[in-house]
Structures are given as C-alpha cells and as structure tokens.
Design a binder for this molecule. Structure first.
Ligand SMILES: Cc1cc2nc3c(=O)[nH]c(=O)nc-3n(C[C@H](O)[C@H](O)[C@H](O)COP(=O)(O)OP(=O)(O)OC[C@H]3O[C@@H](n4cnc5c(N)ncnc54)[C@H](O)[C@@H]3O)c2cc1C
Length: 455
C-alpha cells in the first residue's frame, strides 16, 4: 500500500476544518496537518464565556450564531453527526435612525414615514421572487436564466423608485442584522431576493441555533486529529514544485506536503503564494473583503448602550442597530445574544456583542474582542470571479476553499472544504442523506469546476 498522501490545510475555519475532517476519516490514505494563525479554531465563528456571579461561566457566540435548516443541509447533517442539538430561536431587530424608530412586528415612526417605500418594496419583491424560484432547484441552467442575476440591487431599487432614506434607515439595517453584510446594494438583485425568502422587513424570522455555541461543533469535528492542529502558527509562504509544495511558517520552519488546501481568505491565500501567476493575482486579488462593519467586535454586559423603549430590545430583540455620524450608513450594531441563543437567557447578566462600538462601554464589562472580515458578493465576484476561480483548483498541488469560493455561510464554507477533500480522493461523508448530497454536488461543481468528482 502506498504511504498516505501528506496534506496541509491552511486555515481552521469551517472550510478548512471541513476539508481536514473529511480527509482524516481515511487515515490509511491521508496524513492531514492543519495550520491556523489564531490561537483557536473556528475562524469567523467565535464562542466566548460570560462570567456568572457564582463563579461559573456561560458560553455564547460572538459572531456566527444561527442557520436555516431548509438551506443548510450539509451543516445540519454535520450537527447530527457531532450529536449537537439544533435549537429553535427567533430573530427580530430594532433600529434607531436619526431620531426615528423601526422594529419587527412594531409600528414605529420610521415604519410610518416609509410606508409608501414599503409598498413599493413589496411590489418589487413579488417580481424578484417570481424569477428567483428558478434558483431554488439545484440547476445551474435554471439559475442562470434569472435576469436579476445581472442587475445589482441598487439598480433594482432605483428602477422601483425606492428612496435612499428607506434603504439606509430600514433595508440596510435589516441586512446588517441578519447577515452582517455590508455593501449589500452591489449584490446581484437575485441573491438579495433569495435572502428575502427568509427575512422580512416587518416580521420577525424563525431561525435555528446550536446548543452551547459553535466551539463545541468544532471541538467534536476535530477530535480525531486534535494532535495535528497547529494553532497560533501562521503560514507565511508556499513554494510549489513538481513533487508537491513546501510551507513556511512565521518562525521560518518549513514542511513538505504532497498537496495543500488553502482555506483562508482569497487575499490571504494570494499573499502566501511564491511567484503567483497573473491569473492567480487577478482572481484571488480581485475578491473584495469588507471590514467596514466588523472591526472591533466587543463582547460585554454593559446594557446602558441599549434603549429603554417600547421596542423592548433587552427583553426580546435579537439585534439593535443604531445609526451614528454624518454618513447615511454608519451603524453601531449590538447582538443581544441572550435573546438569540435561548440557553444564554439563564445568564445573570446580559450577553451582548457590539460591532463598531462608537460609545464607550464600562471596561470592567468587556469579556472579549475580535475582528472579522466579510467577503463582498458584488456583481464582479458572482459573475466573473466565481466562475473562473475553479480554473485554479489543483494547479501546483494547491486547492482553494472558503466563503469566497461559494456563498458566505457556514453551509457553503463547509461544502467548499468537503469538495476540496473529495477532489483529493476522500469520500463524501453524508452520502446517506440525499438532500445534502444533491446540494453538495451542485455547489461542489461551482467550487471545483468541470473536474469535480460528484458524490
Ligand atoms: C460577524 C459574522 C457573523 C456571521 N454569522 C453567520 C451566521 O450566523 N451563520 C452563518 O451561516 N454564517 C455566518 N457568517 C458567515 C460565516 O462565518 C462564514 O461564511 C464562514 O465562517 C467562512 O468560513 P471560512 O472557513 O471560509 O473562513 P474563516 O472562518 O475566515 O476561516 C479562515 C481561517 O484562516 C485563518 N488564516 C488566514 N490566513 C492564515 C495563514 N496565513 N496561516 C494560517 N491560518 C490563516 C484565519 O485565522 C481563519 O481562522 C458570519 C460571518 C461573520 C464575519
């Protein structure tokens, strides 16, 4: 029997751990090592612990908090595999914008002010949805036939005469609340409409979270290869040659591998490559990341930054969005985590995470700080870069996965990682789940291109 293929995975977010987990299920065929810059696994998904007065702690998530089971087929299968309980919850936001208020299931002053825009928006959505039905089936041809793939959301809003005030006071805060995405109006209108299959501007949304925080999912996924997770070990260089690739880390250590899975952001992947080709520079360097909203996320329990009004933010809302400053779209966003993750209601102090903290919170209430980056799904990314990224797969023994290769969600990051493992010869782990497999094959092809090996 030939010796196991030596595979390095760079990045321990959902994509990298998905790839490493699928490969590690075949120890006779693969020897996997994971290199991660941070001192923890999970990437964008961070779980923190709120200290309680009795000396215990209570876990809650800072960033990645929930999913929608009907579209997260592979992620749901992973939760079942890891024996993690899915917990129903409800997301509802309140926004304060230049003295006005809007909230789900609530008639606020902004809701009244923008009633005409709301009517026009509903009309626009009906049209978008009639076409987005084409994307609900796993057919690339049908999805490509939706004309709103080729129109940005900004153009669609202009076409339906929707005011900029409504966009900034109601629509963008709603997206900030659910997907924390910025630059949303440059997204294809078809993708925007798909999100709005689940989220509504006026009604709260049923969602699902996971018992105990994302940390537990990752801990169980990595149990079989915990000894090969190299944390706080950033990779700084990747030299490709005829027999594989050599990684360099920040301390100058080198290690040789037969194949490398780059599961970090596109800009980080490009920075590693020794002598990148012009195509690699164009494609990887072309993916945009936004940190406009996600620098300096602070987990704390200072509830003085939340309003005390009829919207009942502290008692019932998942998110509070507060506009500030002269720009129309600068927001301070507070996740009210004890409302998002039901077990955190047992906490004896509020579990809050504020992004873009603009006012001071009491320093003794701060328990953690993090920084996140979001891929921007603009028209260029969706129509040009994503279809071309598969041409890089497997070149020089390097495979790419992560949110930028598909869609920015745990489901698609997981699929991208599983698809990289599949290309290297691993089995698809959820073959007994027909729904999960169908969507794996659909998105796997999107990530890997024509040479994809379907499950
Ligand atoms: C604030 C926030 C909230 C979100 N909420 C949700 C949600 O509720 N539900 C949902 O489905 N999705 C959510 N998402 C999206 C989801 O988090 C991402 O789609 C997913 O985590 C992407 O995973 P990834 O593995 O591609 O990237 P990442 O999670 O970013 O992982 C990449 C990893 O690579 C590491 N790395 C980078 N460079 C190097 C290097 N040179 N050497 C070693 N390691 C390196 C990084 O440290 C990081 O750990 C959210 C995202 C953010 C930012």
């Amino acid at each position: 029997m030939p010796p196991p293929l030596r595979v390095a995975v760079v990045g321990a977010g959902m994509a990298g751990l998905g790839a490493a987990w699928a490969l590690s299920r075949h120890p006779e065929r693969f020897h996997v090592e994971v290199f991660e810059e941070r001192a923890r696994i999970g990437g964008n998904a961070a779980t923190v612990d709120m200290p309680q007065r009795d000396g215990t702690t209570l876990p809650f998530d800072m960033s990645v908090t929930a999913f929608i089971p009907s579209v997260y087929q592979n992620f749901s299968a992973l939760l079942r595999h890891c024996d993690i309980t899915a917990v129903p919850t409800r997301f509802s936001y309140a926004v304060h914008y230049q003295g006005g208020v809007h909230a789900h299931d609530f008639e606020g002053s902004l809701t009244r002010q923008y009633r005409n825009d709301l009517t026009a928006f509903r009309r626009m959505l009906r049209t978008l949805r009639a076409f987005s039905a084409l994307s609900r089936r796993p057919s690339r041809l049908a999805a490509a036939a939706d004309p709103f793939n080729y129109v940005s959301m900004r153009q669609a809003l202009d076409r339906w005469g929707i005011s900029t005030g409504f966009r900034h006071a109601i629509l963008k805060p709603m997206f900030v609340n659910f997907v924390l995405a910025t630059d949303i109006f440059s997204m294809p209108a078809a993708m925007f409409a798909r999100y709005l299959d689940f989220f509504d501007v006026e009604k709260s949304t049923p969602m699902t979270t996971w018992q105990g925080g994302t940390r537990e999912i990752y801990r169980r996924m990595t149990a079989g290869f915990a000894d090969r997770l190299h944390l706080a070990r950033p990779v700084t260089g990747l030299h490709r040659h005829a027999r594989g690739a050599t990684l360099r880390d920040a301390d100058g250590r080198r290690a040789h591998f037969d194949a490398v899975v780059l599961a970090c952001n596109a800009n980080q992947a490009l920075a590693l490559l020794d002598r990148p080709t012009a195509l690699e520079r164009r494609l990887l360097g072309g993916v945009r990341y936004s940190s406009e909203l996600h620098h300096d996320a602070v987990a704390h329990h200072d509830d003085s930054i939340l309003p005390r009004d009829a919207t009942d933010v502290l008692g019932s809302r998942s998110t509070f969005v507060r506009h500030y400053g002269p720009r129309p779209d600068n927001y301070e966003v507070t996740y009210v985590m004890h409302n998002q993750q039901p077990w955190a209601r047992a906490s004896d102090r509020p579990c809050l995470v504020t992004y873009n903290l603009e006012r001071p919170v009491r320093p003794d209430t701060v328990i953690a700080r993090e920084w996140f980056q979001h891929v921007v799904h603009d028209m260029r990314h969706m129509l040009l870069l994503m279809p071309l990224l598969p041409t890089l797969q497997g070149r020089g023994h390097v495979w790419y996965c992560g949110a930028h290769t598909a869609v920015n969600s745990q489901e698609h990051a997981l699929i991208s990682g599983l698809s990289a493992a599949r290309q290297l010869g691993a089995d698809y782990p959820f073959a007994d789940d027909p729904q999960a497999r169908t969507w794996f094959n659909y998105y796997g092809r999107m990530v890997q291109g024509r040479r994809f090996r379907p499950a």
